[in-house]
Write a protein that binds this ligand. Structure first.
Ligand code: SF4
Ligand code: SF4
Ligand code: SF4
Length: 211
């Protein structure tokens, strides 16, 4: 039983990497805490969970993580809902001098120089490291946004979050709103988002929350 003077646990946790303030790897800086907290407050999650679970323990919390680049220092793959800032890379092959600096900078082997500069989108994580080293602007950031990850958790049955896709910030916040709504509709004490996704089936869940 909780002691009357013991501070109640928050109903969610929010982990943000230092890229929100300053990190040379950040694709998108800026602290999204207030935007995410606003969605949580409007959803009624805190009142809902406090009405359902007594006493509230850490594993009941809804966990959110934000990483400002694909390095994932805030552990987005084990959060219920996570955002990873990422870039879509544009190519201007006519400007490429063939220096090879981008090939050295890409940790994913996503670039090649056969018949001019080529990018394999299936390997690219959108870290933008290649654009920082290209002296000719032959690789550039075409669009920035967030990869949205859902349903990660540790515990007795760990699950790595799966990726819903690449979205703008307003779209990502809308996804969070719908995720919380579905979770509250289906909730029973102890249910984590990853469990719900497995029960519903990933495709059905994704179709329910996708913009
Ligand atoms: S996730 Fe990327 S931006 Fe954030 S602290 Fe780690 S390396 Fe820096
Ligand atoms: S953004 Fe550039 S460096 Fe990063 S994974 Fe994609 S191709 Fe490689
Ligand atoms: S760094 Fe730029 S100029 Fe050099 S090979 Fe890559 S795309 Fe071409």
């Amino acid at each position: 039983m909780q002691h009357p003077e013991q501070k109640a646990l928050p109903t969610h946790s929010l982990k943000v990497c230092r890229g929100a303030v300053q990190c040379p790897h950040a694709v998108l800086g800026g602290d999204l805490s207030s935007e995410l907290e606003t969605v949580l407050a409007h959803s009624g999650w805190a009142e809902f969970l406090n009405g359902k679970v007594h006493p509230l323990r850490h594993h009941h919390q809804f966990r959110i993580a934000v990483s400002s680049c694909p390095n994932g220092c805030s552990q987005p793959h084990i959060a219920d809902f996570a955002l990873i800032a990422a870039a879509r890379i544009g190519l201007a092959p006519e400007r490429c001098s063939g220096c090879g600096q981008c090939i050295q900078a890409c940790a994913e082997n996503a670039l090649s120089l056969q018949d001019g500069i080529q990018l394999d989108p299936s390997r690219c994580l959108g870290c933008a490291a290649c654009t920082r080293v290209c002296p000719e602007d032959a690789l550039y950031v075409e669009q920035t946004g967030y990869r949205v990850l859902l349903g990660g958790k540790l515990g007795r049955h760990p699950r790595l979050a799966h990726e819903l896709g690449f979205f703008s910030l307003p779209q990502a916040l809308g996804i969070l709103e719908r995720v919380l709504c579905v979770l509250m509709e289906q909730y029973r004490p102890g249910l984590r988002l990853g469990d719900l996704i497995e029960q519903m089936g990933r495709e059905k869940f994704d179709a329910t929350v996708r913009p």
